[in-house]
Write a protein that binds this ligand. Structure first.
Ligand code: F6P
Length: 413
Protein backbone atom coordinates (compact mmCIF):
# COMPACT_ATOMS: atom_id res chain seq x y z
CA UNK A 1 0.00 0.00 0.00
CA UNK A 2 1.49 3.31 -1.12
CA UNK A 3 0.33 5.38 1.83
CA UNK A 4 0.89 2.66 4.42
CA UNK A 5 1.34 4.12 7.90
CA UNK A 6 2.44 1.79 10.67
CA UNK A 7 2.14 2.60 14.36
CA UNK A 8 -0.04 2.45 17.43
CA UNK A 9 -3.51 3.91 17.85
CA UNK A 10 -5.45 5.63 20.61
CA UNK A 11 -9.22 5.58 21.04
CA UNK A 12 -10.84 8.19 23.27
CA UNK A 13 -14.46 8.53 24.38
CA UNK A 14 -15.74 12.04 25.05
CA UNK A 15 -18.90 13.86 26.14
CA UNK A 16 -22.04 12.32 27.61
CA UNK A 17 -22.30 8.55 27.25
CA UNK A 18 -24.87 6.55 25.30
CA UNK A 19 -26.01 2.96 25.55
CA UNK A 20 -24.07 2.09 22.36
CA UNK A 21 -20.83 4.13 22.52
CA UNK A 22 -19.03 1.00 23.65
CA UNK A 23 -20.22 -0.79 20.50
CA UNK A 24 -18.30 1.86 18.54
CA UNK A 25 -15.32 1.27 20.83
CA UNK A 26 -15.53 -2.44 20.04
CA UNK A 27 -15.70 -1.61 16.31
CA UNK A 28 -12.46 0.39 16.63
CA UNK A 29 -10.64 -2.02 18.94
CA UNK A 30 -11.52 -5.21 17.05
CA UNK A 31 -10.70 -3.74 13.63
CA UNK A 32 -7.48 -2.12 14.88
CA UNK A 33 -6.30 -5.32 16.56
CA UNK A 34 -6.83 -7.14 13.26
CA UNK A 35 -5.04 -4.49 11.17
CA UNK A 36 -1.47 -5.14 10.07
CA UNK A 37 -0.78 -1.37 10.11
CA UNK A 38 -1.70 -0.89 13.75
CA UNK A 39 0.93 -2.17 16.14
CA UNK A 40 -0.80 -1.49 19.47
CA UNK A 41 -4.34 -0.51 20.40
CA UNK A 42 -4.68 1.84 23.36
CA UNK A 43 -7.74 3.29 25.08
CA UNK A 44 -7.38 6.74 26.66
CA UNK A 45 -8.72 7.03 30.21
CA UNK A 46 -11.33 9.81 30.16
CA UNK A 47 -10.78 10.86 26.57
CA UNK A 48 -8.29 13.62 25.87
CA UNK A 49 -7.68 14.03 29.63
CA UNK A 50 -6.10 10.55 29.60
CA UNK A 51 -3.90 11.46 26.63
CA UNK A 52 -2.70 14.58 28.42
CA UNK A 53 -1.88 12.63 31.59
CA UNK A 54 -0.46 9.70 29.59
CA UNK A 55 -3.00 7.30 31.11
CA UNK A 56 -3.59 4.74 28.39
CA UNK A 57 -5.02 1.22 28.65
CA UNK A 58 -3.62 -1.60 26.55
CA UNK A 59 -6.59 -3.07 24.70
CA UNK A 60 -4.41 -5.83 23.26
CA UNK A 61 -4.11 -7.30 26.76
CA UNK A 62 -7.85 -7.65 27.23
CA UNK A 63 -9.72 -10.92 27.00
CA UNK A 64 -11.40 -10.98 23.52
CA UNK A 65 -14.62 -12.29 25.08
CA UNK A 66 -14.79 -9.35 27.48
CA UNK A 67 -14.13 -6.93 24.63
CA UNK A 68 -17.04 -8.42 22.70
CA UNK A 69 -19.33 -7.76 25.67
CA UNK A 70 -18.75 -4.04 24.98
CA UNK A 71 -21.40 -4.44 22.28
CA UNK A 72 -24.10 -4.43 24.98
CA UNK A 73 -22.41 -2.52 27.81
CA UNK A 74 -23.80 0.99 28.37
CA UNK A 75 -21.87 4.10 29.44
CA UNK A 76 -18.34 5.00 28.29
CA UNK A 77 -16.21 2.08 29.42
CA UNK A 78 -12.90 3.90 29.02
CA UNK A 79 -14.19 6.91 30.91
CA UNK A 80 -15.21 10.22 29.36
CA UNK A 81 -14.55 13.93 29.81
CA UNK A 82 -15.97 17.25 28.80
CA UNK A 83 -12.76 19.10 28.10
CA UNK A 84 -12.35 21.90 25.61
CA UNK A 85 -8.89 22.45 24.18
CA UNK A 86 -7.56 25.92 23.43
CA UNK A 87 -7.12 27.10 19.86
CA UNK A 88 -3.70 25.64 18.97
CA UNK A 89 -2.73 28.86 17.17
CA UNK A 90 -3.34 30.85 20.36
CA UNK A 91 -1.99 28.41 22.97
CA UNK A 92 -0.26 25.17 22.02
CA UNK A 93 0.77 24.07 25.54
CA UNK A 94 -1.60 21.09 25.69
CA UNK A 95 -0.89 20.12 22.09
CA UNK A 96 2.83 19.90 22.85
CA UNK A 97 1.99 17.48 25.66
CA UNK A 98 -0.26 15.46 23.34
CA UNK A 99 2.53 15.33 20.75
CA UNK A 100 4.99 14.16 23.39
CA UNK A 101 2.64 11.30 24.37
CA UNK A 102 2.03 10.44 20.71
CA UNK A 103 5.80 10.30 20.07
CA UNK A 104 6.47 8.28 23.24
CA UNK A 105 4.03 5.54 22.16
CA UNK A 106 4.50 5.95 18.40
CA UNK A 107 0.83 6.88 17.99
CA UNK A 108 0.01 7.14 14.27
CA UNK A 109 -3.77 6.84 14.53
CA UNK A 110 -6.10 8.82 16.80
CA UNK A 111 -9.80 7.99 17.01
CA UNK A 112 -12.10 10.26 18.99
CA UNK A 113 -15.69 9.28 19.68
CA UNK A 114 -18.05 12.07 20.70
CA UNK A 115 -20.47 14.88 19.82
CA UNK A 116 -19.96 18.36 18.37
CA UNK A 117 -17.59 19.65 21.06
CA UNK A 118 -15.54 16.47 20.86
CA UNK A 119 -15.27 16.86 17.08
CA UNK A 120 -13.85 20.31 17.81
CA UNK A 121 -11.12 18.65 19.94
CA UNK A 122 -10.50 16.14 17.20
CA UNK A 123 -10.34 18.82 14.52
CA UNK A 124 -7.85 20.91 16.52
CA UNK A 125 -5.58 17.91 17.14
CA UNK A 126 -5.72 17.02 13.46
CA UNK A 127 -4.77 20.59 12.49
CA UNK A 128 -1.93 20.74 15.01
CA UNK A 129 -0.39 17.42 13.99
CA UNK A 130 -0.47 18.53 10.37
CA UNK A 131 1.06 21.91 11.26
CA UNK A 132 4.01 20.36 13.12
CA UNK A 133 4.44 17.71 10.45
CA UNK A 134 3.81 14.72 12.73
CA UNK A 135 2.35 11.88 10.67
CA UNK A 136 -0.84 10.82 12.40
CA UNK A 137 -4.28 10.04 11.01
CA UNK A 138 -7.04 11.61 13.08
CA UNK A 139 -10.61 10.39 12.76
CA UNK A 140 -13.85 11.40 14.47
CA UNK A 141 -16.54 8.86 15.29
CA UNK A 142 -20.03 10.29 15.91
CA UNK A 143 -21.90 9.79 19.14
CA UNK A 144 -24.73 11.58 20.87
CA UNK A 145 -28.19 10.76 22.10
CA UNK A 146 -29.08 14.37 21.17
CA UNK A 147 -28.73 13.51 17.44
CA UNK A 148 -27.57 17.04 16.74
CA UNK A 149 -24.33 16.42 14.81
CA UNK A 150 -24.19 18.39 11.59
CA UNK A 151 -23.85 16.63 8.25
CA UNK A 152 -24.79 13.11 9.26
CA UNK A 153 -28.29 11.67 8.79
CA UNK A 154 -28.28 10.54 12.42
CA UNK A 155 -25.91 9.70 15.25
CA UNK A 156 -25.15 6.45 17.05
CA UNK A 157 -26.85 6.53 20.44
CA UNK A 158 -29.92 8.40 19.28
CA UNK A 159 -31.94 5.41 18.02
CA UNK A 160 -31.59 3.54 21.31
CA UNK A 161 -32.47 6.57 23.44
CA UNK A 162 -35.45 7.27 21.14
CA UNK A 163 -36.63 3.67 21.53
CA UNK A 164 -36.27 3.91 25.31
CA UNK A 165 -38.14 7.22 25.43
CA UNK A 166 -41.01 6.14 23.14
CA UNK A 167 -41.43 2.84 24.99
CA UNK A 168 -41.26 4.46 28.44
CA UNK A 169 -43.76 7.16 27.47
CA UNK A 170 -46.15 4.48 26.17
CA UNK A 171 -45.79 2.41 29.35
CA UNK A 172 -46.17 5.42 31.65
CA UNK A 173 -49.19 6.54 29.65
CA UNK A 174 -50.92 3.24 30.49
CA UNK A 175 -50.18 3.80 34.18
CA UNK A 176 -51.48 7.37 34.22
CA UNK A 177 -54.97 6.22 33.29
CA UNK A 178 -55.64 3.65 36.03
CA UNK A 179 -57.50 5.78 38.57
CA UNK A 180 -60.96 7.23 38.22
CA UNK A 181 -59.67 10.55 39.53
CA UNK A 182 -57.41 11.52 36.61
CA UNK A 183 -53.94 13.05 36.55
CA UNK A 184 -51.53 15.32 34.73
CA UNK A 185 -48.13 13.71 34.04
CA UNK A 186 -45.13 15.61 32.72
CA UNK A 187 -42.13 13.71 31.34
CA UNK A 188 -38.83 15.56 30.91
CA UNK A 189 -36.51 14.38 28.16
CA UNK A 190 -32.85 15.23 27.45
CA UNK A 191 -31.51 17.13 24.45
CA UNK A 192 -30.18 20.56 25.24
CA UNK A 193 -30.80 22.51 22.06
CA UNK A 194 -32.31 19.95 19.70
CA UNK A 195 -35.68 18.24 20.04
CA UNK A 196 -34.89 14.90 18.38
CA UNK A 197 -35.19 13.02 21.67
CA UNK A 198 -38.28 14.82 22.95
CA UNK A 199 -39.94 14.42 19.55
CA UNK A 200 -39.35 10.67 19.79
CA UNK A 201 -41.92 10.54 22.59
CA UNK A 202 -44.48 10.92 19.78
CA UNK A 203 -43.68 7.37 18.62
CA UNK A 204 -45.60 6.17 21.68
CA UNK A 205 -48.72 6.99 19.67
CA UNK A 206 -47.88 4.01 17.44
CA UNK A 207 -49.23 1.86 20.27
CA UNK A 208 -52.03 4.28 21.05
CA UNK A 209 -50.24 5.90 24.01
CA UNK A 210 -48.73 9.11 22.65
CA UNK A 211 -48.43 12.31 24.70
CA UNK A 212 -51.20 14.89 24.48
CA UNK A 213 -48.69 17.72 24.36
CA UNK A 214 -45.07 17.69 23.20
CA UNK A 215 -42.62 20.60 23.45
CA UNK A 216 -39.29 20.89 21.66
CA UNK A 217 -36.52 23.47 22.11
CA UNK A 218 -36.67 24.51 18.45
CA UNK A 219 -39.57 26.85 19.22
CA UNK A 220 -40.07 29.37 22.03
CA UNK A 221 -42.04 28.15 25.02
CA UNK A 222 -45.15 30.02 26.09
CA UNK A 223 -46.09 29.17 29.69
CA UNK A 224 -49.58 30.68 29.43
CA UNK A 225 -50.41 28.70 26.28
CA UNK A 226 -49.02 25.54 27.92
CA UNK A 227 -51.23 25.95 30.99
CA UNK A 228 -54.28 26.67 28.90
CA UNK A 229 -53.61 23.55 26.76
CA UNK A 230 -53.22 21.38 29.85
CA UNK A 231 -56.43 22.76 31.37
CA UNK A 232 -58.37 22.16 28.16
CA UNK A 233 -57.15 18.58 27.71
CA UNK A 234 -57.59 17.75 31.39
CA UNK A 235 -61.14 19.08 31.29
CA UNK A 236 -61.91 17.07 28.13
CA UNK A 237 -60.25 13.77 29.04
CA UNK A 238 -59.75 13.93 32.82
CA UNK A 239 -56.12 13.20 32.06
CA UNK A 240 -53.16 14.83 30.35
CA UNK A 241 -49.75 13.47 29.38
CA UNK A 242 -47.02 15.97 28.48
CA UNK A 243 -43.57 15.25 27.03
CA UNK A 244 -41.11 18.11 27.19
CA UNK A 245 -37.51 18.72 26.26
CA UNK A 246 -35.16 19.81 29.04
CA UNK A 247 -34.03 22.59 26.69
CA UNK A 248 -37.31 24.50 26.28
CA UNK A 249 -36.75 28.19 26.61
CA UNK A 250 -38.52 31.53 26.61
CA UNK A 251 -38.30 33.91 23.62
CA UNK A 252 -35.26 35.61 25.23
CA UNK A 253 -33.41 32.28 25.12
CA UNK A 254 -33.40 31.66 28.88
CA UNK A 255 -34.09 28.06 29.88
CA UNK A 256 -37.37 27.27 31.62
CA UNK A 257 -35.52 24.64 33.65
CA UNK A 258 -34.92 25.68 37.23
CA UNK A 259 -31.42 24.15 37.14
CA UNK A 260 -30.38 26.72 34.56
CA UNK A 261 -28.22 28.52 37.06
CA UNK A 262 -26.28 25.45 38.16
CA UNK A 263 -22.63 24.92 37.24
CA UNK A 264 -21.60 24.54 33.63
CA UNK A 265 -19.69 21.54 32.33
CA UNK A 266 -16.21 21.55 30.80
CA UNK A 267 -17.62 22.47 27.40
CA UNK A 268 -19.38 25.48 28.97
CA UNK A 269 -22.94 24.13 28.78
CA UNK A 270 -25.46 24.71 31.58
CA UNK A 271 -26.51 21.51 33.30
CA UNK A 272 -30.24 21.19 32.77
CA UNK A 273 -32.84 19.12 34.64
CA UNK A 274 -35.52 19.78 37.23
CA UNK A 275 -37.93 21.02 34.58
CA UNK A 276 -40.58 18.30 35.10
CA UNK A 277 -40.88 19.19 38.81
CA UNK A 278 -41.03 22.90 38.01
CA UNK A 279 -43.81 22.46 35.45
CA UNK A 280 -45.61 19.99 37.73
CA UNK A 281 -45.67 22.57 40.52
CA UNK A 282 -47.05 25.23 38.15
CA UNK A 283 -49.75 22.89 36.80
CA UNK A 284 -50.69 21.73 40.31
CA UNK A 285 -51.21 25.33 41.38
CA UNK A 286 -53.22 26.19 38.27
CA UNK A 287 -55.43 23.07 38.06
CA UNK A 288 -55.47 21.42 41.48
CA UNK A 289 -55.14 18.12 39.61
CA UNK A 290 -53.02 15.21 40.77
CA UNK A 291 -49.73 16.00 39.02
CA UNK A 292 -46.50 14.05 38.63
CA UNK A 293 -43.23 15.22 37.07
CA UNK A 294 -40.92 12.50 35.77
CA UNK A 295 -37.34 13.22 34.68
CA UNK A 296 -36.02 10.43 32.45
CA UNK A 297 -32.53 11.74 33.17
CA UNK A 298 -29.70 9.20 32.82
CA UNK A 299 -32.12 6.30 32.33
CA UNK A 300 -32.66 7.32 28.70
CA UNK A 301 -28.99 7.16 27.77
CA UNK A 302 -28.03 4.18 29.95
CA UNK A 303 -31.00 1.96 29.06
CA UNK A 304 -29.06 -0.70 27.16
CA UNK A 305 -31.81 -3.27 27.81
CA UNK A 306 -33.92 -1.37 25.28
CA UNK A 307 -31.13 -0.50 22.85
CA UNK A 308 -32.09 -0.72 19.20
CA UNK A 309 -30.14 -3.44 17.39
CA UNK A 310 -29.98 -1.16 14.35
CA UNK A 311 -28.27 1.45 16.53
CA UNK A 312 -25.85 -1.09 18.03
CA UNK A 313 -24.90 -2.39 14.58
CA UNK A 314 -24.44 1.11 13.18
CA UNK A 315 -22.37 2.21 16.21
CA UNK A 316 -20.08 -0.75 15.61
CA UNK A 317 -19.93 0.07 11.89
CA UNK A 318 -18.93 3.70 12.62
CA UNK A 319 -15.99 2.51 14.75
CA UNK A 320 -14.94 -0.17 12.31
CA UNK A 321 -15.10 2.17 9.31
CA UNK A 322 -13.10 4.87 11.10
CA UNK A 323 -10.21 2.41 11.36
CA UNK A 324 -10.62 1.16 7.80
CA UNK A 325 -10.72 4.68 6.36
CA UNK A 326 -7.71 5.75 8.43
CA UNK A 327 -5.60 2.74 7.49
CA UNK A 328 -6.35 3.39 3.84
CA UNK A 329 -5.11 6.99 4.12
CA UNK A 330 -7.97 9.19 5.36
CA UNK A 331 -7.44 11.79 8.08
CA UNK A 332 -9.21 14.88 9.44
CA UNK A 333 -12.66 13.43 8.84
CA UNK A 334 -15.62 12.19 10.84
CA UNK A 335 -17.48 9.06 9.78
CA UNK A 336 -21.05 10.12 9.03
CA UNK A 337 -24.20 8.23 8.05
CA UNK A 338 -26.24 8.52 4.88
CA UNK A 339 -29.71 7.01 4.61
CA UNK A 340 -30.58 5.20 1.39
CA UNK A 341 -34.21 4.18 0.91
CA UNK A 342 -34.06 3.84 -2.88
CA UNK A 343 -34.63 0.07 -2.65
CA UNK A 344 -37.76 0.67 -0.56
CA UNK A 345 -35.83 -0.53 2.48
CA UNK A 346 -33.79 1.50 4.96
CA UNK A 347 -30.06 1.13 4.37
CA UNK A 348 -27.38 3.09 6.25
CA UNK A 349 -24.09 3.86 4.51
CA UNK A 350 -21.02 5.64 5.84
CA UNK A 351 -19.70 8.89 4.38
CA UNK A 352 -16.73 11.08 5.28
CA UNK A 353 -17.32 14.58 6.65
CA UNK A 354 -14.60 17.19 7.25
CA UNK A 355 -14.08 17.52 11.01
CA UNK A 356 -14.06 21.31 10.96
CA UNK A 357 -17.49 21.49 9.35
CA UNK A 358 -19.00 19.15 11.98
CA UNK A 359 -17.30 20.76 14.98
CA UNK A 360 -19.51 23.03 17.06
CA UNK A 361 -22.44 23.08 14.61
CA UNK A 362 -25.86 21.78 15.66
CA UNK A 363 -28.49 20.00 13.60
CA UNK A 364 -31.98 20.78 14.83
CA UNK A 365 -35.41 19.32 14.06
CA UNK A 366 -36.69 21.07 10.88
CA UNK A 367 -39.41 23.56 11.81
CA UNK A 368 -41.73 22.06 9.20
CA UNK A 369 -41.68 18.81 11.20
CA UNK A 370 -43.11 20.63 14.23
CA UNK A 371 -46.85 21.32 14.51
CA UNK A 372 -47.81 24.98 13.97
CA UNK A 373 -48.89 25.33 17.63
CA UNK A 374 -45.47 24.01 18.74
CA UNK A 375 -47.07 21.22 20.77
CA UNK A 376 -46.36 18.16 18.64
CA UNK A 377 -44.48 16.75 15.61
CA UNK A 378 -45.58 15.67 12.15
CA UNK A 379 -45.60 12.27 10.42
CA UNK A 380 -42.29 13.15 8.71
CA UNK A 381 -40.63 13.09 12.11
CA UNK A 382 -41.99 9.60 12.82
CA UNK A 383 -40.92 8.37 9.40
CA UNK A 384 -37.39 9.64 10.05
CA UNK A 385 -37.00 8.02 13.48
CA UNK A 386 -38.81 4.72 12.89
CA UNK A 387 -36.03 2.79 11.08
CA UNK A 388 -33.53 3.81 13.76
CA UNK A 389 -35.38 2.11 16.63
CA UNK A 390 -35.78 -1.25 14.90
CA UNK A 391 -34.40 -4.53 16.23
CA UNK A 392 -34.35 -6.06 19.68
CA UNK A 393 -30.90 -6.66 21.08
CA UNK A 394 -29.93 -10.02 22.50
CA UNK A 395 -27.39 -9.74 25.25
CA UNK A 396 -25.57 -11.97 27.65
CA UNK A 397 -27.44 -12.38 30.92
CA UNK A 398 -26.20 -13.92 34.17
CA UNK A 399 -28.41 -14.47 37.21
CA UNK A 400 -31.17 -12.65 35.41
CA UNK A 401 -28.96 -9.57 35.17
CA UNK A 402 -26.98 -8.11 32.26
CA UNK A 403 -23.39 -9.28 31.98
CA UNK A 404 -21.36 -6.16 31.21
CA UNK A 405 -17.77 -6.16 29.94
CA UNK A 406 -15.17 -6.26 32.71
CA UNK A 407 -11.95 -4.84 31.33
CA UNK A 408 -8.61 -5.20 33.11
CA UNK A 409 -7.51 -1.74 31.96
CA UNK A 410 -3.80 -2.43 32.10
CA UNK A 411 -1.91 0.86 32.00
CA UNK A 412 0.64 1.28 29.22
CA UNK A 413 4.09 2.10 30.63
O1 F6P B 1 -24.57 14.22 25.69
C1 F6P B 1 -25.74 14.91 25.58
C2 F6P B 1 -26.47 14.96 26.89
O2 F6P B 1 -26.94 13.70 27.22
C3 F6P B 1 -27.59 16.01 26.87
O3 F6P B 1 -28.77 15.52 26.35
C4 F6P B 1 -27.67 16.41 28.32
O4 F6P B 1 -28.17 17.71 28.47
C5 F6P B 1 -26.25 16.34 28.74
O5 F6P B 1 -25.63 15.37 27.94
C6 F6P B 1 -26.05 16.01 30.19
O6 F6P B 1 -24.69 15.93 30.40
P1 F6P B 1 -23.99 15.57 31.77
O7 F6P B 1 -24.15 14.10 31.98
O8 F6P B 1 -22.58 15.94 31.54
O9 F6P B 1 -24.66 16.35 32.84
Amino acid sequence: MENKLVGACILGQSGGPTSVINASAYGVIKTALESDCITNVYGAAHGIAGVLSDTLYDMGKEDPGELELLMNTPSSELGSCRKKLADPDADDTEYKKILEVFKKHDIRYFFYNGGNDSMDTCSKISRYMEKVGYKCRVMGIPKTIDNDLFGTDHCPGFGSAAKYIATSVAEVSKDTKVYDTGAVTIIEIMGRHAGWLAGSASLASLCGEGPDLLYLPETDFDMAAFISNVKRIYAEKGNCLVAVSEGIHYPDGSFVSEAKTSATDGFGHAQLGGLASLLAAVVKKETGAKVRGIELSLLQRAGAHLASQTDIDEAFMAGMMAVKYAVSGTSGKMVGFERDTSSGKYVCKTVLLPLDTVANAEKKVPLEWIMPDGAGVTGDFTEYVLPLIQGENSRVVENGMPRFAKLKKIIVK
